[in-house]
Ligand binder design. Structure first.
Ligand SMILES: CC(C)(COP(=O)(O)OP(=O)(O)OC[C@H]1O[C@@H](n2cnc3c(N)ncnc32)[C@H](O)[C@@H]1OP(=O)(O)O)[C@@H](O)C(=O)NCCC(=O)NCCS
Length: 410
């Protein structure tokens, strides 16, 4: 088996092979129209070939930036286009490609990588752990009243800041760079969010609203007229209004956009796709049970390739010390680190002190962005806590400034 990068000459072979692995055809657009593979970077695509030179496997990475807790932006290769021909499965082709790819990423100086998993059973063995979660919230129109709570003692003062801005409806094609600009500002402050490189928008490579699928876009502007949020949506024949994504870093703007779509005439229900499972919108409904959460699942998986660099890169919000014994079975590594957090910064050095926690590198990936509490993984039997206070200490240390969330599809 040979594994090598593709060249400009055989990028079409790569594209054909990955589509054959998924049982699709290269010209089949993803939902809504875009040809997702047009954003692939040739030198980051790997082809696995048999001894006879037959291409049987593919894997690639996109060059993204990931926002860590503390609004720190770091390079994050996004693993994609992973496939093995149905005729060559369960013979170790994926395993060989994963090993090649992780070694290559380390060689490029990367300290983490991320992916979206087609099945949750595949990537744990390669050191990836689920780190952000997503769901969809469905609200029937006739139960969609919002009841924003009022603060105690001041009956006329809503707790949530009232919105002063305005909403305008545009067709997707009229939006120019509004979506790209709003998304970029949003993702820089949102832990777990990925950049959407300009070429994705320029090539319309991805799912709506990046792809050229027909969509209406509710654009929210602040009092200064600058767009600070959008909701991209479509309405089907049954009267379901589906919001592809609602992008804003401001809760009041989210509420204004939600109020807009929930108030749309000739609509029976509104489906908000790609919201965090614990989104505050549900608490703003007058009828809590009107908001039905479904499709609650993992989204972004994280794999740490250099634990000290990864831990010192993110922001921290509680001072403390923790000794982590980290095992990386896939790369055949094991190391013990002393993590010391002071004034928002961490130091992480090898140590021979007794560990507080013993964990697999995939579990460290899961807790890294602050979206999975270490205590949950202790209770699940994944992480071993060596004394009664260890899990609570780890929970306090690893929490993020705001819950991580990712909605970029790749
Ligand atoms: C998923 C896929 C890439 C696996 O390729 P493969 O070459 O058959 O995998 P390997 O033979 O290298 O298997 C490596 C390990 O993963 C396991 N594995 C492979 N595919 C699996 C699956 N779909 N579910 C659970 N385990 C899987 C194997 O059992 C093996 O386990 P082991 O470590 O205990 O031996 C291939 O089945 C495929 O192309 N599927 C369709 C496309 C797809 O889903 N791609 C993933 C996109 S995120």
């Amino acid at each position: 088996m040979e594994i090598r990068p593709t060249t400009d000459e055989d990028l079409d072979v790569f594209v054909d092979t990955v589509h054959a692995a998924f049982g699709r055809f290269p010209e089949t657009p993803v939902e809504g129209g875009g040809l997702w593979w047009s954003a692939l970077e040739t030198d980051r695509c790997l082809l696995a070939l048999t001894a006879e030179g037959r291409p049987v496997g593919t894997a690639a990475t996109h060059s993204f930036e990931l926002t860590l807790p503390g609004e720190t932006l770091v390079p994050a290769p996004g693993v994609t286009a992973v496939g093995v021909l149905p005729s060559h499965r369960r013979r170790g082709v994926l395993r060989a490609m994963m090993r090649h790819q992780l070694t290559d990423l380390r060689g490029r100086g990367e300290f983490l990588s991320v992916l979206l998993a087609s099945q949750a059973t595949i990537y744990g063995r390669f050191g990836y752990g689920p780190a952000t979660y997503t769901a969809q919230l469905t609200v029937p129109r006739h139960r969609a009243d919002l009841a924003l709570p009022r603060s105690r003692g001041a009956a006329d003062t809503p707790v949530a800041r009232p919105d002063q801005g305005s909403v305008e409806v545009l067709r997707r094609a009229e939006c120019d760079t509004i979506l790209e600009d709003v998304y970029d500002r949003y993702r820089r402050a949102q832990p777990g969010a990925l950049s959407r490189p300009h070429r994705w928008w320029a090539l319309r490579a991805g799912r709506p609203p990046i792809s050229p699928a027909p969509r209406y876009v509710a654009v929210h502007r602040g009092t200064d007229g600058v767009p600070d949020g959008y909701a991209s949506y479509s309405i089907d024949d049954s009267g379901t209004l589906t919001v592809d994504e609602t992008i804003t870093g401001d809760d009041a703007v989210f509420t204004a956009l939600a109020r807009f779509v929930l108030g749309h005439d000739l609509v029976s229900q509104v489906v908000f796709k790609h919201v965090p499972p614990q989104h505050p919108l549900r608490w703003q409904l007058a009828d809590y049970r009107a908001g039905e959460v479904s499709g609650d699942m993992d989204w972004l998986w994280v794999r740490l390739l250099d634990v000290p660099r990864a831990l010192t890169a993110r922001g921290w919000f509680t001072d403390g010390e923790l000794v982590l014994d980290v095992e990386d079975p896939f790369l055949g590594e094991q190391a013990r680190y002393l993590l010391t957090v002071q004034d928002g910064k961490a130091d992480c050095v090898p140590t021979d002190r007794e560990p507080d926690l013993s964990l697999d590198v995939s579990d460290l990936g899961s807790v890294y962005l602050g979206g999975t509490a270490p205590s949950t993984l202790v209770r699940a039997g994944h992480i071993r806590a060596h004394h009664p206070d260890a899990a609570a200490l780890a929970d306090a240390l690893f929490r993020a400034d705001r819950p991580p969330h990712c909605l970029h599809w790749f």
